[in-house]
Write a protein that binds this ligand. Structure first.
Ligand SMILES: Nc1ncnc2c1ncn2[C@@H]1O[C@H](COP(=O)(O)OP(=O)(O)OP(=O)(O)O)[C@@H](O)[C@H]1O
Length: 340
């Protein structure tokens, strides 16, 4: 019997000398989902990914991976592969020789992919016999992914896998990750790119200074009724601005404060969703055509900025809100299903 949870961490703490890299981290990652880790530099993302890969052990707390509690030994848990701090590759060997060398280190148990299969999977079949020292950063990242796929992992752990990828490479790699998730593989990755995480992940953990500020489904984060800035493009910006200024709960963002210069036919407004609905209805009633209404920053980015900013002012009321969000999300995570 398998649980629906691939990773369950409770109270995970990791300290380096006097630096608390992870501070009582509670996190759950669902099987067959792509789980994104996001946080400012030094937030603890790589440290957490390293624990999942068995490169380090936690000082406190419990960690269960693919149904098995992680012990004190430094070893990759069964079914887990990936990389942190960039893939380790031999530059003087070819792409195929790198993968073959890895396969030789892991005697075949019938479950491994061949070097050719893994190279094809990441779109590097045509450079299989080229030396890695001539590879771009993006090609090295893809070869690192190929190396991780050799063992057909059930949990794939990737530290900033989109680093150095051009748009075509990113599309290819993200396609591979989506297919793996559709086949039941759990993918955990870190990134600083909110747009990438938003398009790829169904679950998100936001870390700041080693603490979990949010962990749960992306949909929950996006649906939180936060005040956001929106670009409103209409057929009559002067009249639309006047309507916005008179709508309760809506603030017209003007001048140097405006995140986007409100020139041309765009008015930037700050509102929660309910007030925005009222504004749109009023604008349309005033015979003004709405041509575009989009958030200036994505809901994930807005939540990230709000949650990580409050981390720096722990005495503010917002900090309490952030804590409530983290607690609420973590409580939601404990509602785990069991599947056969
Ligand atoms: N081996 C180590 N020895 C000492 N301190 C460490 C070590 N590994 C991490 N740290 C510290 O722990 C904290 C968390 O680091 P970590 O690399 O996990 O952050 P991160 O979120 O991955 O950052 P980035 O986005 O910059 O990659 C940082 O303050 C870092 O300096």
């Amino acid at each position: 019997m398998e649980t629906a949870v691939a990773v369950r961490g409770r109270g995970i703490t990791k300290v380096f000398d006097d630096i608390v890299a992870l501070d009582h981290v509670d996190v759950s990652m669902s099987r067959g989902q792509i789980h994104g880790l996001v946080g400012p530099n030094g937030a603890g993302k790589t440290t957490l990914l390293g624990l999942l890969l068995g490169l380090a052990v936690a000082d406190k707390g419990s960690l269960e991976i693919l149904g098995t509690p992680v012990g004190r030994a430094l070893a990759a848990p069964d079914g887990v592969s990936g990389f942190v701090d960039g893939p380790g590759l031999y530059p003087t060997l070819t792409a195929k020789q790198n993968l073959t060398a890895l396969l030789e280190l892991r005697p075949g148990d019938g479950h491994t992919a061949t070097a050719d299969e893994a190279l094809e999977q990441v779109g590097l079949g045509h450079v299989a016999d080229d030396k890695v020292r001539g590879f771009s950063l993006g090609m090295r990242q893809r070869l690192g992914l190929a190396a991780a796929l050799l063992t057909r992992p059930r949990l794939l752990v990737l530290d900033e896998p989109s680093n150095g990828l051009d748009p075509a490479g990113k599309k290819l790699v993200y396609g591979v990750l989506r297919r793996l998730a559709a086949d039941g593989v759990t993918v955990v990755l870190s990134s600083h790119r909110m747009d990438d995480l938003e398009s790829l992940c169904s679950e998100i953990t936001i870390l700041a200074s080693g603490r979990v500020m949010f962990s749960g489904p992306l949909s929950k984060l996006s649906s939180d009724d936060r005040e956001l800035d929106y670009r409103l493009r209409t057929s009559d910006p002067i009249a639309a601005r006047a309507v916005a200024a008179e709508t309760p709960g809506v603030v017209v963002v003007d001048g140097p404060e405006a995140p986007v210069s409100p020139d041309g036919d765009i008015v930037v407004v700050r509102a929660r969703v309910a007030a925005l609905d009222t504004l749109v209805a009023r604008v349309v009633r005033a015979d003004i055509a709405v041509r575009e209404l989009v958030p200036v920053v994505s809901p994930l980015e807005a939540a990230f900025l709000a949650l990580t900013d409050t981390e720096n002012s722990a005495d503010s009321a917002d900090a309490e809100d952030a804590e409530d969000t983290a607690i609420a999300a973590n409580t939601a995570n404990t509602e785990e299903e069991t599947v056969r």
